[in-house]
Design a protein around this ligand. Sequence first.
Ligand SMILES: Nc1ncnc2c1ncn2[C@@H]1O[C@H](COP(=O)(O)OP(=O)(O)OP(=O)(O)O)[C@@H](O)[C@H]1O
Ligand SMILES: [Mg+2]
Length: 104
Amino acid sequence: MMSMAGVLSDLPARCRALLDHSTTLLVEAGAGSGKTALMAGRVALLLAAGIPTREIVAITFTEAAASELRERIEGFVNRLARADLPDELLSHCPTGFLPSSPRR
Ligand SMILES: Nc1ncnc2c1ncn2[C@@H]1O[C@H](COP(=O)(O)OP(=O)(O)OP(=O)(O)O)[C@@H](O)[C@H]1O
Ligand SMILES: [Mg+2]
């Protein structure tokens, strides 16, 4: 995978995986490519869009991975609440992002 400091060739797909909350998506990507960051960001943006927590489930394979995912979601949520947009999310969508509209 190319350096994250450069322009990511899969940027449109990353942006969609982060922001397209109306579709079922399968993301396949290599080790260390940002899968967990993307999943945590997607959950944080769902919450920012007003989706109730009872409607969101994030599943992973081990207790350690679940703890990491929880911490990263919490980190993103805390930063979004302060309007401090994380680079890890902004770099997916360089034109910025707004929380998608609540579904109802
Ligand atoms: N968009 C991004 N821009 C810059 N750094 C990023 C970005 N996404 C993730 N990173 C950083 O890259 C590293 C790997 O990210 P992450 O853990 O999300 O990848 P992963 O695909 O889940 O890795 P693994 O295969 O080990 O589970 C982390 O240090 C993370 O902070
Ligand atoms: Mg991971």
